[in-house]
Write a protein that binds this ligand. Structure first.
Ligand code: TXA
Ligand code: MG
Length: 310
């Protein structure tokens, strides 16, 4: 099969999805590895390509809110968030509508489903052309850094997937924020900052606890991991230093200290730092960012990258 497709090939890409293949495609957050969410064999190929150790539930991508409501049942608060933030970097976990065309492998047998309308216009055009809901985890081998360019996707998955539809570098650069349940809980920090969600709801968002029934099984603490060891906020000598703000470093997330720019650059910086660390035979040092806006989501990803490996 082809390993690379240009944007003109949207129809071909949609056909790969309809025919039960695996297609990597750009969203504004990270590249996803997509398959028809109603086709268990196709979804199984996604798990196989990623080498996922367990069947975590996947996010289902649809072109608009109407398509989402055909699959899930939205209460008033989650509907309000969908209306305010879709298309965008927010996934909503809602009860699965009985009879919705979603195979059990996608939901890991749960009676809920995570839904998202992506903000990338090409992604929505693809979803319209494919005319099926598309289950898509990030398009990287399990445990590795999420891809924010088509080249990153091929570095990790070349030969294991049918194609990648190149939609350019991802604008947001962090996976979607995940919210779910009644009342709504924050399940994962991500591309939409918590403050924006709370401003929309008019009250603070509850945080999920580890015994929360809505929390998916099999969440790995070590994730997004580079090959080199990584330490947070310490050890600058004999390290590849990732910086933030005007400071001396090997790679800077944002010289002007902008959290949005830092999010967009995070995963590419980690990849570049990892290559440098391999060349020099030293570990990586990353900063602790301000715990506000996208800073919390970035710190979450850095903590996972630094966690002891499973
Ligand atoms: O930005 C993103 O969210 C990217 C792009 C491709 O859309 N996708 C992504 O998917 O990050 P993935 O597979 O890495 O994250 C899926 C996570 C699961 O690990 C789980 O935490 C949550 O979504 N999830 C999915 N379905 C769920 C459910 N029914 N209940 C609770 N959590 C769920
Ligand atoms: Mg992922």
């Amino acid at each position: 099969m082809t390993d690379h497709l240009s944007m003109e090939d949207l129809e071909t890409a949609a056909e790969i999805l309809r025919a039960g293949g695996t297609l990597a495609f750009a969203t504004e957050t990270v590249y996803g590895l997509g398959a028809d969410a109603g086709n268990a064999r196709a979804v199984a190929k996604v798990y196989a390509a990623k080498g996922r150790p367990s069947f975590n539930p996947l996010i289902v991508h649809v072109p608009d809110l109407e398509a989402a409501q055909a699959i899930g049942v939205f209460d008033a608060e989650l509907l309000r968030l969908a209306q305010a933030f879709w298309p965008g970097a927010l996934s909503l976990v809602v009860p699965l509508r009985p009879g919705a065309p979603i195979c059990q492998l996608v939901t890991a047998g749960l009676d809920t489903v995570a839904l998202r309308v992506p903000g990338h216009a090409d992604a929505r055009a693809l979803l319209r052309a494919a005319d099926c809901p598309v289950a898509a985890p990030s398009a990287n081998p399990s445990g590795q850094i999420s891809p924010t360019t088509a080249a990153h996707v091929l570095e990790g998955l070349s030969g294991r997937i049918d194609a990648v539809l190149d939609g350019g570098p991802c604008r947001v650069g962090l996976e979607s924020t995940i919210v779910g349940g009644t009342p709504p809980r924050l399940l994962r920090e991500g591309g939409v900052p918590r403050e924006a969600l709370e401003a929309c709801l008019g009250h603070p968002l509850l945080l999920a606890t580890s015994d929360d029934p809505i929390i998916a099984p099999g969440q790995l603490r070590s994730h997004y991991a580079p090959r080199a060891p990584l330490s947070i906020g310490s050890g600058r000598d004999d390290h590849v230093v990732i910086g933030f703000g005007p400071e001396p470093c090997d790679l800077n997330l944002s010289e002007r200290g902008d959290l949005v720019e830092a999010a967009a650059r995070l995963f590419s910086c980690l990849r570049e730092a990892d290559d440098l660390a391999q060349q020099r035979g030293v570990p990586i040092s990353v900063p602790l960012l301000p715990m506000e806006g996208l800073g919390r989501a970035i710190n979450d990803r850095l903590a996972r990258a630094a966690a002891p490996r499973d």
